[in-house]
Design a protein around this ligand. Structure first.
Ligand code: PMP
Length: 293
């Protein structure tokens, strides 16, 4: 991924892609003092850009560090970078971390860095897979309790168990893993939130130990606009037996139909298709209104 043309916004400068490097004694690498964002630009405009920048600041605050660029400065950096790279539809990754001045668990005086990159990342999954729905394996690890880890932060450290779980799923031919939480309740996939359709209504786990994703919030709003009932509640995995449809939502995943979780299978039904369409329309409608401002 490091050998490409283009630029990365790095601590206030546009740095050639191949030169955007850090030292091996970076605290963020050793101790996961690192937070990030995943965003998507549609037709050159980032959907919910400001909300992502605010979440990045909040994620850092939860880990006890302050990003030395304001939300406005981050907004300008992202806008400049997307324009400079010239992509119409791209993924945007902002990442902030503690630098290499101090080694050890304590690193109070280390410099905080910020980098932003953007690249083309069309769809997570092929059209054929989206037709049938992706297959998920149960993850080996559970989402930790909020008093075990800083679960409200989009912190790099929380992704360790996601990568392990996703790799194990892929090794067995699945596309992703479904994670339970510390109580054994349904939580989320390794990089996306989950919705269930039961008797024409939507149900989704209460985000009390994982990210309340921006896509999740958008999809809830879109569902309510269609007069669909949405309930946030504790969901035990056995309920999948009486569930008609399942889909994942996330910035990268957008709205992705799920065909299977472990031994449970689902059809790609009408509500999943409708909300996927509504979501893809919404992200572009947002672009149109932003252009008119
Ligand atoms: N959960 C996890 C673990 C994620 O990585 C993501 C993607 N950021 C989400 C949920 C969905 O968040 P969002 O809709 O804000 O992208």
């Amino acid at each position: 991924f490091d050998d490409r043309d283009g630029y990365i916004w790095f601590d206030g400068k546009m740095v050639p892609w191949r030169d955007a490097k850090i030292h091996v004694l970076t605290h963020g690498l050793h101790y996961a003092s690192c937070v990030f964002e995943g965003e998507r630009a549609y037709e050159g405009k980032i959907f919910k850009s400001r909300a992502h920048s605010e979440r990045l600041h909040n994620s850092a605050a939860i880990l006890g560090f302050k990003i030395p660029y304001s939300v406005d400065e981050i907004e300008k950096a992202k806008t400049d970078l997307v324009a400079k790279m010239g992509f119409k539809n791209s993924y945007v990754r902002a990442v902030a971390w503690r630098g290499s001045e101090m080694m050890g668990v304590s690193a109070q005086q280390s410099t905080i860095h910020l980098a932003i990159a953007t690249w083309e990342w069309p769809s997570y999954f092929s059209p054929e897979l989206l037709e049938k729905g992706i297959r998920l394996k149960w993850a080996k690890y559970r989402r930790p309790a909020p008093d075990t880890a800083p679960t409200a932060s989009k912190a790099a450290g929380l992704y360790m168990i996601c990568t392990i779980s996703k790799h194990e799923a892929e090794a067995e031919g699945f596309q992703d893993a479904m994670m339970l939480d510390y109580r054994g309740q349904l939580a989320e996939a390794t990089g996306a939130n989950v919705f269930l359709v039961q008797n024409g209504e939507l149900h989704t786990p209460t985000p009390d130990c994982f990210l309340n994703g921006l896509t999740r919030q958008t999809v809830m709003e879109l569902a309510r606009r269609r007069q669909l009932k949405v309930t946030e509640r504790a969901i035990m995995p056995e309920e999948l037996a009486k569930t008609d449809e399942v889909f994942l939502v996330g910035t990268a995943a957008e709205v992705t139909p799920v065909g299977q979780i472990g031994d449970y299978s689902f059809k790609v039904g009408p509500l999943t298709k409708q909300l996927r369409e509504d979501y893809l329309k919404e992200v572009r409608a947002h672009v149109a209104s932003a252009a008119a401002e």
